[in-house]
Design a protein around this ligand. Structure first.
Ligand code: XMP
Length: 592
């Protein structure tokens, strides 16, 4: 089904390898125009019939060997073209202009002045703020083009050839920080390219159900469901398309789930038909295999192996590998290879993909992916239209290995160490520095949590302090930091229950206070750092993010924090409550 077609895209975004490609596509769809991504070098013949082409921004330089290119014939198709950032440079370069490395780059907010007339700036005039992220610039516009906007450091911030309907902008209209960004995109779509509004995710159910019936061709569909939004919406579409006799939702209870999670999933599916849901209880197997293990990579590996073994057993015993079954998956658009799927998507899915039985189904093309053309927000909208509960649709993402990667372990007893800036705690967590992952201890600040600039300070400290990649602040504790040490510990039923209770408290209070809506995800992490009868501490990690690739730590309102601390310190064995101040990068969202 991955190769099946959705609606015909009116706009195609050519992917030159930038992080903004999916953002552009999403924004265009938000304006009601169906849009898909293609590799930048796609043959222009395959773009015939589209109303418009957008060339995305990317990190390369047009004059470097091997940099992403476009088929120059796209400029002669008669379709409107908008080049953004690198896209503008590529357009200028191909059509006879010049591109040069700027003296200094321009990153972040800047001011642009509209100096000429161009339909993409219809209704916008004067000076406004924009988001820039470039080093190279267009230094001479190609023949036939006018320069229509400039900034102080970038005299050619926008070019236009109205007769051929070719436009370029050096800045990023798709980024929320660009004032009038949506108006510029809208002008391009409706004023220049002549698009019509044809896209509403809510209206997709009937088309997708028809596709499901075609792909299934009389066969049954099974899903491994997690309780997450994507797999549940995908399953629900199949259920609607084929009816309860022909679909199964299979759920593995690893024992690493959050409080009430298994019941939530069970109730949600069983309420739609008792026979559609089957759970495999494998807690003992997972906990047994994790006994004594402290290394994060080894923990992940073991969980992955257990998953594979349990899934294989389910596939065999349920005869799901017979020819009358196909596999359903909740893959969404950014994860698909056709759309330049992210590296993260590969990483996240490894433990599922390794199941030999599933590999076989994929190899035989016995797979249905009903959401493969949709973005997460569109999946939510579609789910809403289908009447799925809000408690499901607004769920935060939760990692496959569950609480295991939020229950940190240690094989040594080591005290904290006093530094000038705070306390160095010998609890290691993962970070991203440059392109690689780091694994380093954390710095604990004893005070300053109420300061507004504390997140910024944390960032400076990470740059300045050797050997750390994360900073937390103390919110409350039973004992003074000076006496804290790590305890040799791994994942066992007691610590898991401790974390589950802490996580349950955080979820309940966040929901009650409405804070839940202000964060994208809120991991609660148990670290083996404490003192005496309180061997562990709880780290709160509320973050805001768009896609998990980057994230900002979100401050917790003081009254909520006070309630959190009060209840968390009552959990047996919990010594302290710490707040993670680290953005991603340099930290990761999860600690392992
Ligand atoms: P990091 O920690 O890499 O997390 O900043 C980014 C996003 O990915 C999620 N995550 C996972 N999801 N299996 C998953 O299904 C995993 O092994 C995994 N590791 C991280 C994380 O929760 C965040 O949303």
């Amino acid at each position: 089904m991955s190769s099946s077609r959705g609606p015909n895209p009116q706009i195609v975004v050519l992917d030159t390898g930038g992080q903004y490609c999916h953002l552009i596509t999403r924004k265009i769809r938000e304006l009601g125009v169906y849009c898909e991504i293609r590799p930048s070098e796609v043959d222009s013949a395959l773009l015939k019939g589209v109303q418009g082409i957008v060339i995305s921004g990317g990190p390369s330089s047009v004059y470097e060997v091997g940099s992403p290119q476009v088929d120059p014939a796209i400029f002669d198709l008669g379709a409107a073209v908008l080049g953004i950032c690198y896209g503008q440079q590529l357009m200028a370069w191909h059509l006879g202009g010049t591109v040069s490395p700027g003296e200094r780059g321009e990153y972040g907010l800047a001011w642009v002045d509209i100096g000429g007339q161009a339909p993409i700036f219809e209704g916008i005039s004067g000076r406004f703020s924009i988001w820039m992220s470039h080093r190279d610039t267009v230094t001479a516009a190609p023949p036939g083009f006018q320069v229509v906007a400039s900034t102080e450091t970038c005299p050619i911030a926008s070019i236009a050839d109205e007769s051929r309907r070719l436009y370029g902008v050096q800045f990023h209209p798709e980024v929320v920080h660009t004032e009038h960004g949506m108006e510029i995109l809208s002008n391009f779509l409706f004023g220049v390219a002549g698009c019509v509004r044809d896209w509403s995710p809510r209206a997709q159910a009937a088309r997708i159900e028809e596709e499901i019936r075609q792909v299934a061709a009389g066969r049954n569909i099974f899903f491994f469901v997690s309780g997450g939004v994507d797999s549940t919406v995908a399953f629900s579409l199949c259920l609607k398309a084929l009816g309860p006799d022909k679909v199964r939702a299979l759920y593995v209870d690893t024992g690493l789930m959050r409080e009430g999670e298994t019941d939530f999933v069970k109730d949600m599916f069983e309420s739609r038909g008792k026979e559609i849901f089957a759970a495999e209880h494998a807690e003992d197997r997972f906990l047994g295999a994790l006994h004594g293990i402290t290394d994060p990579e080894q923990k992940r590996h073991i969980i992955g192996e257990c998953f594979v073994a349990v899934q294989e057993a389910i596939l065999e015993s349920g005869h799901y590998l017979d020819q009358n079954w196909i596999l359903g998956q909740g893959t969404i658009y950014p994860d698909t290879i056709e759309s330049g799927g992210t590296a993260k998507a590969d990483l996240i899915k490894t433990h599922h993909n390794r199941v030999a039985g599933i590999q076989k189904l994929i190899a035989e093309n016995r797979i249905v992916e009903p959401l493969h053309l949709l973005y997460k927000d569109e999946v939510r909208e579609l789910g809403r239209e289908m009447g799925l509960p809000e408690a499901l649709l607004e769920r935060h993402p939760f990692p496959g290995p569950g609480l295991a990667i939020r229950c940190l372990c240690s094989d040594t007893e080591e005290p904290v160490e006093r530094l000038d800036e705070g306390w160095l705690a010998p609890v290691k967590s993962v970070g991203v520095q440059g392109d690689s992952r780091s694994y380093r201890p954390v710095l604990v600040l004893e005070e300053g949590l109420a300061d507004t600039g504390i997140h910024e300070r944390a960032g400076h400290l990470i740059n300045r302090t050797q050997g750390i990649n994360r900073v937390v602040a103390l919110a409350a504790s039973h004992t003074p930091i000076s006496g804290w040490k790590t305890t040799a510990s791994w994942i066992d039923a007691v610590r898991l229950e401790r974390l589950r209770r802490a996580d349950g408290i955080v979820r309940r209070l966040c929901l009650e206070s409405g804070f839940e809506q202000h964060v994208w995800q809120f991991p609660v992490v148990l670290i083996p750092l404490g003192s005496g009868m309180w061997p562990d501490s709880v780290v709160l990690r509320p973050i805001h993010s768009v896609d998990g690739m980057t994230a900002r730590a979100v401050p917790i309102p003081p009254d909520l924090l006070a309630r959190l601390c009060r209840e968390l310190l009552e959990v047996e064995g919990v010594n302290a409550v710490l707040i993670d101040l680290t953005h991603k990068p340099p930290g990761t969202i999860e600690w392992e």
